[in-house]
Design a protein. Structure first.
Length: 129
């Protein structure tokens, strides 16, 4: 049960304390002594907050990988006029273009687009078929 019993005020307080110590130029021991804070509490909170930050980044990263809906423009082109089969054209970053003709497995297309979207321009050039 993630987050059950969390005190957001205390969490914010410790995040601030950890930032203050990092910017103080003092060791953790010196900072805790000067600010009347138990050193073991400081280390416990620092570990807890690092773990929570990692969990948040992981969840955020997972959300970013999900396909997003984008505007679609349907147009008649030369292919439709000359009897060629209908197709889907997808323009990716760095002016890459994917043309899909006929039925396609949705998950396979999603995987291919995710890989292509993450490639650098040099990698994309090498992957051209």
């Amino acid at each position: 049960m993630r987050g059950v019993g969390r005190d957001r005020t205390k969490e914010a307080l410790w995040r601030r304390r950890i930032r203050e110590q990092a910017g103080s130029g003092l060791s953790i021991r010196q900072w805790c002594h000067r600010n009347h804070q138990p050193e073991n509490s400081f280390y416990w909170w620092r570990a807890q907050l690092a773990q929570r930050n990692a969990e948040t980044r992981k969840r955020s990263s997972a959300r970013m990988r999900k396909p997003k809906f984008v505007p679609v423009r349907v147009q008649e082109g030369p292919d439709a006029a000359n009897g060629s089969p209908p197709h889907i054209g997808i323009v990716l970053p760095q002016e890459r273009y994917v043309r899909v003709i006929g039925p396609v497995d949705r998950q396979a297309l999603t995987d291919v687009l995710a890989v292509l979207s993450s490639l650098s321009a040099a990698d994309a050039e090498a992957a051209t078929c």
